[in-house]
Design a protein around this ligand. Structure first.
Ligand SMILES: [Zn+2]
Length: 494
């Protein structure tokens, strides 16, 4: 009998905790519904939006849709602009056209022209070994092109060639040369990769593009699979080359991050913000698949992530948490994490008030019993996330494919580098294979092929996780010994 009071106390505590949990869970179920989720994903991945490539009109339509959703929920706009947008200035370089290259009697169709300038040029070339500093001794290359072997005497592979590219340009310039033609001895697979990377068009942050105009130095890479090209040239005295590359000058374009805020309810904790983020751009139109489809709809990548943020915003507009919320939907992720890079250098609120970045990015899923959180165990929010995910019948696991380097390959990494704990919440996958690779960056990544019963649990799990972290008395931080712990201590001054 003497245990009676304790029993009462315990049941009261249990009842309270249980009550609180069910209330929180019900708040999530109230706003996160299958129909609501479908409406976002079907619109964002519609063929009409042509794969939401950064800088296209359809990418802007997606941004307008997101801004309008936030507006409709009653989310406050970007405090820095009074709109729901943050302008991201970009520079777009088109792929070159009409490329032709001949040297001596040999015509080359596989080459890269690195310079931004159009060229129609010919003239004598001079062989200069590997084009290292010592190779210019006793050579007069003034106002001429040098032809060299890629890499160095100790390493001729493509990586070595790439590492030496800038230095070789410096040496050539120092000796008065007009340009370099490098012969790269490599296999077809690596050459395809080089071709795709350097001959395709590109989009970069405007601030990064330093050589936009006035760079008249020309730098070529020529595919020389067996090294025979350069070997013939080595012994020829008077060789001439002719090259023409037509390329438009880089253009300034603008794309947008979409930004909104919901203030917290606790007088102290509201000074701390949780960022809820995801990229909304995708890769646009590209190579057709076996069905002839050319539109890369990006339903999983990343209409799903975008919808986690919208679901959070809708929920918090109705039931705000103690901590404040900052929603950011990034552009330019597929071009090299550009929107998030721009954001951390131009934050709309002080970064040191951002105590957590709960990002969502998705390649695909192959296990509907899971939510896969890249960096689950790297912050002190592990249990908050695990328990919330479990409430909807799913299991939270950490990165099952560390070899893919996913933590450092999405927008969260820019926040992590600044010191902000920043895991990425993704649909369940237990390995980077099967249904993940089947849809990852493929035209078949469409809404119709997704399991919306699973998605309803997935989105609810994300929203409850966010709410739990935003209401907990202790501020989340990096796990002890994490790569980014020191950056975190510096940011928050502790
Ligand atoms: Zn993505």
């Amino acid at each position: 009998m003497k245990y009676y009071p304790l029993f009462i106390v315990l049941s009261l505590v249990t009842a309270c905790l249980f009550g609180q949990n069910t209330t929180e869970k019900n708040r999530v179920i109230e706003t996160v519904t299958k129909d609501q989720i479908k409406s976002h994903i079907y619109f964002l991945s519609d063929d009409l939006l042509k794969g939401r490539e950064t800088g296209t009109p359809e990418n802007k339509i997606a941004a307008a849709y997101l801004a309008n959703a936030l507006r409709g929920y009653g989310v406050q706009p970007n405090p820095a602009t009074g709109t729901y947008y943050q302008e991201v200035p970009l520079t777009k370089t088109e792929a070159p056209t009409d490329m032709a290259f001949a040297i001596g009697k040999e015509k080359y169709t596989k080459f890269v022209a690195f310079s931004g300038e159009p060229i129609n040029f010919g003239g004598p070339v001079i062989y200069a070994g590997y084009g290292m500093e010592a190779d210019y001794k006793n050579l007069d290359v003034n106002k001429k092109f040098v032809v060299v072997k890629a890499g160095s005497a100790s390493a001729q592979d493509a990586q070595a060639a790439y590492r030496l590219r800038a230095q070789k340009k410096e040496w050539a310039l120092a000796n008065g040369a007009t340009g370099i033609i490098e012969f790269v001895e490599t296999n077809a697979q690596i050459w395809d990769y080089i071709d795709h990377n350097f001959n395709g068009g590109s989009v970069r942050l405007a601030s990064e593009e330093k050589n936009k105009e006035g760079d008249t130095f020309h730098h070529f890479w020529i595919y020389d699979p067996d090294g025979s090209g350069i070997n013939t040239l080595k012994n020829e005295k008077e060789t001439k080359f002719q090259a023409s590359v037509r390329r438009e000058l880089p253009k300034d374009i603008v794309s947008y991050n979409v930004v909104g805020v919901i203030p917290g309810t606790d007088p102290e904790l509201k000074k701390e913000y949780i960022i809820y983020s995801a990229h909304y751009d995708h890769v646009g139109i590209g190579t057709p698949d076996e069905t002839g489809d050319t539109i890369y709809n990006g339903a999983r990548d990343n209409a799903v992530g975008t919808t986690t943020v919208l679901s959070m915003a809708q929920n918090l507009a109705k039931h705000p948490t103690k901590r404040s919320a900052l929603f950011i939907l990034f552009t330019g992720e597929e071009k090299g994490l550009l929107g998030s890079e721009y954001y951390v250098d131009h934050p709309v609120l002080p970064l040191e008030q951002m105590v957590f970045c709960f990002n969502s990015d998705n390649g695909g899923y192959n296990d509907t019993s899971l939510a896969t959180i890249i960096g689950l165990n790297r912050t002190t929010a592990t249990n908050a996330i695990k328990n919330s995910v479990a409430q909807f019948g799913l299991k939270a696991i950490d990165d099952p494919a560390p070899e893919q380097g996913l933590f450092d390959r999405s927008d969260n990494v820019h926040f992590a580098k600044k010191g902000i704990p920043a895991p990425t919440f993704s649909m369940g996958f237990n390995a980077f294979n099967g249904d993940v690779t089947k849809y990852y960056h493929r035209p078949g990544d469409e809404a119709d092929s997704m399991d919306f019963d699973y998605l309803e649990s997935f989105f609810r799990a994300y929203v409850l996780s966010g709410r739990t972290i935003a209401n907990e008395p202790t501020t989340p931080f990096w796990s002890e010994g994490d790569t980014y712990e020191a950056a975190g201590k510096q940011l928050y001054g502790n």
